[in-house]
Design a protein around this ligand. Structure first.
Ligand SMILES: *Cc1c(COP(=O)(O)O)cnc(C)c1O
Length: 407
């Protein structure tokens, strides 16, 4: 069947090769050929389904002689634009797009696990991922061993014969622990255990998890990848073989992305490397400023020498992103006074967009936990998570300095 029937991206050679820089790849990566209508920008395929010429074409497709789109829960040419670009950026063969980061993680977990499987996860992680493991995977009698993030010995001890994968964020949330991924991969692969990395806080610009040996890398595309606080999306990237069962289950569970959101996602990705330069710059500048302030007790940022993973982070990462976590030298009320006095950052959950966001985990993500459980995750009353956007660093620092004066 003619190529024009197969959506818009043909299998021709990509426009840019592996050796191109991160900005060039953000703009051109994954782009294979002309789009229909010779548009520069990929068209938005806002459709639920795809039309067959006749029953012979249906049969050719059903028998696997023809590759094309069938129904919008399985594939869409606009998705493919995002998937190809992300595969290029991550250095993977295939990517699956999801309607949220949580859909990406939960679908991937379910695709890989059997009843009674065992997994190893780290304790500093996104709240809903933990909830899924505790409340849903437990129904499949999946057991999870929780270890400290940067502890390869604990990982080695946690692995059993029935362990399927080790899952971790890097950097973690909210303490920004950076995993020595090559070491974790060595320990896990020795026992036939896969390594899954949630690289939302790093992005492929700052860390290439697949190059460091991860089997699958996931993102909340909502954050840095799309980058404009205007959509919710998720991704999973890896080898074609690793990604295939995830794609198959995505078509069953149906946690897919609307084509319009995928189109916006693609536009956002073009400036990923450009935006990360500023996020990295702002994160480091703000972290250094906060560390110099008497009203700030502690700052957690992997680009500061005071961070426990500074050496690992500088070895593995190109930059440390825009999230800075810190403790105000005061109690809950002092911290609230500071946050409410900030003018530039919006008070909101999320991170990774062009607008700076600020939140107190104790009031936002962890408000409904009993205090002892909250403490066990290290969520103190004076903890603040600042997700630096791409504003001018002097304006951000000026605003934070003024707000600290309100304490
Ligand atoms: C936001 C986030 C998620 C969840 O992603 P959604 O797109 O909100 O579903 C998962 N992991 C990390 C590290 C996140 O920051």
């Amino acid at each position: 069947m003619a190529d024009s029937k197969r959506g818009d991206v043909t299998s021709q050679a990509p426009r840019v090769g592996d050796q191109a820089g991160a900005s060039t790849r953000s703009v051109h990566g994954g782009q294979r050929d002309r789009h229909s209508g010779s548009t520069l920008v990929p068209p938005l395929h806002q459709t639920s389904t795809f039309v067959f010429e006749d029953s012979a074409e249906v049969r050719a497709y059903a028998e696997g002689r023809l590759e094309r789109d069938e129904y919008g829960r399985y594939s869409n040419p606009t998705w493919r634009e995002v998937e190809n670009k992300l595969s290029d950026l991550e250095g993977g063969e295939a990517t699956v797009l999801f309607g949220s980061g949580m859909a990406a993680a939960t679908t991937t977990f379910l695709a890989l696990l059997d009843k009674g499987s065992h997994i190893v996860v780290t304790n500093d992680c996104y709240r809903r991922t933990r909830q899924f493991i505790q409340q849903v995977l437990s129904k499949l009698e999946v057991e999870a061993t929780v270890i400290a993030p940067a502890d390869p010995i604990a990982l080695k001890d946690a692995i059993r014969d029935e362990t399927v994968f080790f899952f971790t964020e890097s950097p973690t949330n909210p303490y920004l622990r950076v995993i020595d991924l090559p070491e974790a991969v060595r320990v896990a692969h020795e026992r036939g255990v896969k390594v899954l990395v949630d690289s939302t806080f790093a992005t492929p610009v700052n860390h290439r998890a697949l190059a460091d040996g991860a089997d699958l890398v996931m993102h909340s595309g909502t954050k840095y990848l799309a980058g404009h606080n205007d959509l919710i999306a998720g991704t999973v990237t890896g080898s074609s073989e690793e990604v295939a069962p995830v794609r198959a289950l995505a078509g069953v569970l149906g946690g897919i992305l609307d084509p319009h959101a995928a189109w916006l996602f693609h536009r956002g990705l073009k400036t990923l490397a450009l935006r990360m330069e500023r996020h990295n710059h702002n994160g480091l500048a703000v972290a250094r400023f906060l560390e110099s302030q008497p009203k700030v007790r502690r700052v957690f940022y992997p680009g500061l020498e005071s961070h426990p993973d500074y050496a690992v982070a500088t070895r593995l990462m190109e930059g440390f992103s825009g999230v800075v976590t810190f403790e105000i030298d005061g109690d809950l009320d002092d911290t609230i006074r500071f946050v409410d006095a900030c003018r530039l950052p919006y008070i909101a959950p999320s991170l990774g967009g062009v607008e700076t966001l600020i939140e107190m985990p104790v009031l936002m993500s962890y408000w409904d936990y009993p205090p002892e459980e909250r403490q066990s995750y290290g969520i103190t009353d004076n903890l603040v998570r600042l997700a630096c956007g791409v504003e001018d660093p002097a304006d951000l620092i000026g605003d934070l300095e003024r707000a600290l004066g309100a304490i």
